[in-house]
Design a protein around this ligand. Structure first.
Ligand SMILES: Cc1cc2nc3c(=O)[nH]c(=O)nc-3n(C[C@H](O)[C@H](O)[C@H](O)COP(=O)(O)OP(=O)(O)OC[C@H]3O[C@@H](n4cnc5c(N)ncnc54)[C@H](O)[C@@H]3O)c2cc1C
Length: 386
């Protein structure tokens, strides 16, 4: 079988998973990551359905389960911080999707990277600067490393992919602001063994507390038209936006904003849809958020893992003709992506209603129903055990 020399841009969820599968199938892999080390911030993400199956095949499911977070319930609060509904998350999860895992994004990235650390060559603090391709390969110039030639280049470098910008076109062609911004920040102290998540809605805004795996997190999500001067790398700008947007909200929000003020690493980005009609141009292809972002609510990681597996499988089946493999990968994985992208706005509107009436309706129709469902499932389980 022909072995490929592959460059992956981005040591995130998609890049590390792809590195594992390509090296396991005998290909030679270099991963270039812009950060100085694996990034540890970010909210918990879900490893669901097809991604949980991929994790089993990678023999990391036990590690993921050990690192996973066991949230028992989610309490919805009103603007005064009073409880209006509680959903039994543990009962819903164990009845509907027992194999799904919730895990801190940083822990997931660390476990995925460790799986290929001995076989792939990881270069940190560097980035691709230029890409020139011909029929047989791609000449790559880096910001720091010496130039090299590869058989294939895969952009697994997230929502703001440099590979997409260099080989496909400017972000304005592919990235569509979904109308929301989201931020997560670690809070000082520990969650003291708590397993409860709390969410507070005011019109167009959500502030939440997540116990995470011992290091609690605050979430901020809010509807806002595209901020023209938004810079996803400018931490001080992010702090100013959050202060402005969440000022005057009660409950624990002032404490969350205190943590924002002193933060050194905080996730803050526009919630966006990335739509690239063809994920490959010649010998350059996109994966994960770079090709088809559905950020927010955790599904991006499931798609990144499942997509990396499909891409590696397709390349291993047609190594002599990577272009056939790249088309096949999109034909298979594109179906899963389309099903998830469809739901983004409706889920967002339910979780972050834009008006007081919307909050009232969502509490009565959605959260109270989920609450009743969770209780019914717990009772059902208890009865079956007797
Ligand atoms: C630090 C961090 C925190 C996040 N937190 C959340 C969150 O709270 N909620 C949420 O919904 N989603 C979050 N995400 C996005 C979420 O991880 C992805 O939607 C999902 O995991 C898909 O994974 P991906 O591998 O495609 O992209 P990502 O996980 O975003 O990984 C992309 C990787 O590429 C790297 N990269 C970027 N530019 C370059 C470049 N020029 N050269 C080389 N490498 C580059 C990034 O540093 C990152 O390691 C976060 C992403 C990151 C990087």
């Amino acid at each position: 079988m022909a072995k490929l020399e592959v460059l992956i841009s981005g040591a995130g969820i998609a890049g590390c998973t792809l590195a594992y599968w390509l090296t396991r199938n005998g290909h030679s892999v270099t991963v270039v990551e812009r950060s100085g080390s694996l990034r540890s911030s970010g909210s918990p993400v879900d490893v669901r359905g097809p991604a949980a199956d991929v994790a089993e095949r990678m023999n990391i499911a036990t590690q993921l389960r050990e690192a996973s977070i066991h949230v028992k319930g989610m309490t919805l609060l009103d603007a005064g911080g009073r409880r209006v509904a509680r959903v039994d998350i543990a009962a819903l999860r164990s009845s509907i999707a027992p194999k799904d895992m919730e895990i801190a994004r940083g822990d997931l990235a660390r476990i995925l990277k460790a799986a290929s650390a001995n076989d792939a060559d990881y270069i940190f603090s560097d980035s691709i600067k230029a890409l020139i391709q011909d029929e047989m390969g791609v000449d790559v110039t880096f910001e720091h490393s010496r130039p090299r030639r590869f058989d294939l280049v895969i952009g697994a470098d997230g929502l703001h992919s440099i590979v997409r910008q260099l080989a496909f076109g400017p972000d304005s062609q592919f990235v569509q602001h979904a109308g929301l911004y989201a931020a997560t920040i670690s809070l000082p102290g520990s969650s003291d063994g708590g397993h409860e998540m709390f969410m507070l809605n005011t019109p167009g805004k959500l502030a939440a507390f997540h116990p995470c795996a011992g290091v609690p997190l605050a979430y901020f999500i809010f509807w806002h038209p595209e901020i023209s001067e938004f810079d996803h790398t400018d931490l001080n700008q992010h702090k100013r936006i959050l202060e402005r947007t969440f000022a005057g909200i009660g409950w624990r929000v002032p404490e969350f904003l205190d943590a924002v003020r002193v933060a050194h690493d905080m996730y803050f980005d526009s919630v966006a849809r990335v739509d690239v009609a063809k994920w490959a141009r010649g010998r350059i292809s996109l994966l994960g958020d770079a090709s088809s972002c559905v950020s927010l609510f955790g599904d991006g990681s499931t798609l990144a893992i499942a997509g990396a597996y499909e891409l590696a499988k397709a390349l291993t089946e047609s190594p002599a003709d990577p272009q056939i493999a790249l088309r096949h990968y999109q034909a298979v994985h594109g179906k899963l992506v389309a099903s998830k992208q469809k739901n983004l706005i409706s889920v967002a509107s339910r979780i972050v209603p834009r008006t007081s009436t919307g909050i009232w309706l969502s509490t009565r129709l959605f959260w109270k129903t989920m609450s009743a469902l969770g209780t019914a499932m717990r009772l059902g389980r208890q009865l079956r055990r007797k």
